[in-house]
Design a protein. Sequence first.
Length: 297
Amino acid sequence: MACRESITGLRLWQWRSKAIIAAIATDIPPSEVDWLLQEVAGLDSLTLRLESFKDWPEIDLNLPLQDLEQLWQQRIYERLPVQYIAGVSFWRRFKIAVSPAVLIPRPETEYLIDLAQNAADPQLQQGNWADLGTGSGVIALGLADVFPNAIIHAVDYSSQALVIAQKNAHNLGFAERIKFYQGSWWQPLEFLKGKFSGMVSNPPYIPSSTVPTLQLEVANHEPHLALDGGDDGLDCIRHLIDISPIYLQPNGVWLIEMMAGQADIVEELLHNQGSYNDIQIHADLAGIRRFAIARRR
């Protein structure tokens, strides 16, 4: 959005009115129009609600109105997520840069940070923590925020995702405490075996056959690498259960997000692996058993 344009308030009001009509006609929340305009035009929600900008002689846009219209048409007809149009999303207290190289962070995932914080005694809060499959970097940012004396090691297989994650760490002031690695799960962190206070991950957990049936916004635009968890959705979770004990210190925290219906299997896998204790399943705000937490024996 480097190319800017100035237009009259009336012209923007006309565009907004048409965009809202198109949103309602295609079952897209009309509130997305104003959310987008807050980002591209710098207008606040009250100004948009009162439509007081209509009489302004000039409004600066972050991109030409023609480009904004083209992107909005993609939102309507191709179901391009509005976060990708604006290039930002919101997560916990952070404004996060996003692109089609990363998943759009979900509110449910915010609870992973609270669970990690509650599970970590003062000694664990000062050590090395891993965010495996970091994507946009939100979990690493959340961990760095609540553990100010810890070093966060963020890993992703996608180099494009790491560009976004590093941008977020830099923009939000955490660049010195989050280290980034390109690779598969624990592989880039072999030099720290046995030295991790905790590991947090939101891995791919959707069965391969289910991915094409997801909302069009997800199935057609979000990276399948971050969604597809294999035949039963548990390939990555099984790997993390099996290999993590050699990286965690005794009493170290193992914590993941999973999808509805996987909790019983994940709990059984953790028990059967033999290296974990204090295994717990936690529900999200909707009552879905979505999070598994355990400790290295």
